[in-house]
Design a protein around this ligand. Structure first.
Ligand SMILES: [Ca+2]
Length: 398
């Protein structure tokens, strides 16, 4: 099956988000100024109110749709109602709290998304199943964000992939489907780095996960490489995500002139090597379809799967084998949903180490043990339901 056709169908499913009614957020009062609290008794009557400070107002309202007549991209924080607000300070804590652990998700290719007014969110539909996973994470006190770059990635597949690495082809599309050159002089992954740097400098909690779907896996990997480069060159170190999650990643075949003839999957493997040499970041990779690690018209990238905690999800019998688009889209839903259940149980071959299965709720140390043990897993039970609740993983040596 043609990968471009599969991915085209996939996107049509993913981005069918309808704007919903606005929900009033709680009014947010700024903290009292110190001088208000420490005013001595008998002091002068209060002076006329000083002019308002130049600080911008606290963002308390989210949005539930995009205006594609202008260019919008960046890191957007989600509240528990699947509304989102662009990363900026100050922002209400129900969108972003620097003291909380944080999940940052980045989407992939988005053909025709701008024409259709669509976008990804944490409310996802796969086959008969619609699931809003944002309450699962917000209820566990996580910040959750999406890096949106759909006005760049709404392009032909290979150009969208190239924009991740090569600023010379950056253009964006408006709601009239007119493309314009991007004047920011940065690639899509460099824009992602800028957004991450802004986040990292205000973030206190170091429990950070970075998850990318499809081409978004290349975005996430490139970001990791840029963080390592930055930290090697600068005294102002950025937080390094504890966990990198590649969800049905896609790498096109063949060497790229813009990567000095390297394949995109090869470039990501190089970054993975650097991550594993220099950091304690754990890396998970989930395959849910014939698109991810595809052997035809793409790069299967077997050497990558051997370096990370690799989980084969394509025993997803609740979806038709012909519907590879839905299977491709299942990986993010599976990962986000799995935070709601204990780590999956495992069946093990004789002599295998007793390990936990891999999911969003598996502790970091258990994922590291899994990787160090040279194991891989595949779902052998529970594939006839979308929920990860009933999944059993078979674990075996690589
Ligand atoms: Ca299941």
């Amino acid at each position: 099956m043609n990968v471009q056709m599969i991915l085209t169908a996939m996107i049509a499913v993913t981005v069918a988000c309808k704007p919903k009614a606005k929900v009033n957020s709680q009014a947010h009062k700024p903290p009292k100024q110190l001088e208000d609290l420490e005013k001595p008794e008998g002091s002068q009557p209060p002076a006329p109110e000083a002019p308002k400070s130049q600080e911008p107002p606290v963002v308390t309202q989210g949005q539930s749709s995009f205006d594609y007549s202008n260019l919008n991209y960046g890191l957007y924080w989600f509240n528990e109602n699947n509304e989102f607000a662009k990363d900026q300070s100050p922002i209400a804590k129900n969108f972003y709290d620097p003291d909380k652990p944080t999940l940052i998700y980045v989407h992939g290719w988005q053909p025709d998304t701008i024409r259709d007014g669509g976008f990804e969110s944490f409310k996802r539909t796969i086959g008969e199943t619609t699931m809003d996973v944002s309450p699962l994470w917000k209820g566990r006190d996580w910040n959750i964000a999406i890096f949106f770059w759909q006005q760049f990635s709404d392009d032909d597949l290979l150009t969208a992939e190239r924009k991740i690495w090569d600023k010379s082809v950056m253009s964006w599309k408006n709601n009239q489907e007119v493309s314009a050159p991007f004047n920011g002089n940065k690639s899509a992954s460099e824009l992602f780095f800028d957004a991450y740097q802004g986040f990292s400098t205000k973030q206190n909690n170091r429990e950070i996960r970075l998850a990318g779907h499809s081409l978004g896996s290349q975005m996430a990997s490139s970001l990791m490489g840029q963080i390592l480069d930055h930290n090697a060159a600068s005294k102002q170190k950025l937080h390094i995500p504890e966990r990198l999650i590649l969800l049905d990643p896609f790498f096109s075949a063949n060497g790229k002139e813009y990567l000095q003839d390297a394949w995109t999957g090869e470039r990501v493997r190089d970054i993975v090597d650097r991550i594993q040499t220099r950091t304690s970041t754990s890396i998970e990779a989930y395959r849910s379809s014939a698109v991810g690690f595809a052997p035809v018209a793409a790069d299967q990238n077997r050497p990558l799967t051997e370096k990370v905690a690799f989980i084969e999800l394509n025993s997803t019998g609740f979806l038709s084998q012909l519907d590879q688009a839905a299977k491709h889209n299942y990986a993010p839903l599976h990962y986000f949903w799995s935070i709601d259940f204990p780590p999956p149980g495992t069946l093990e071959e004789d002599g295998a180490t007793k390990v936990l299965g891999i999911s969003a709720s598996t502790p970091l140390k258990d994922i590291q043990t899994f990787i160090q043990s040279g194991l891989r897993a595949r779902v052998v039970q529970g594939g006839d339901s979308a929920s990860p609740r009933d999944d059993i993983h078979e674990v075996r040596a690589q």
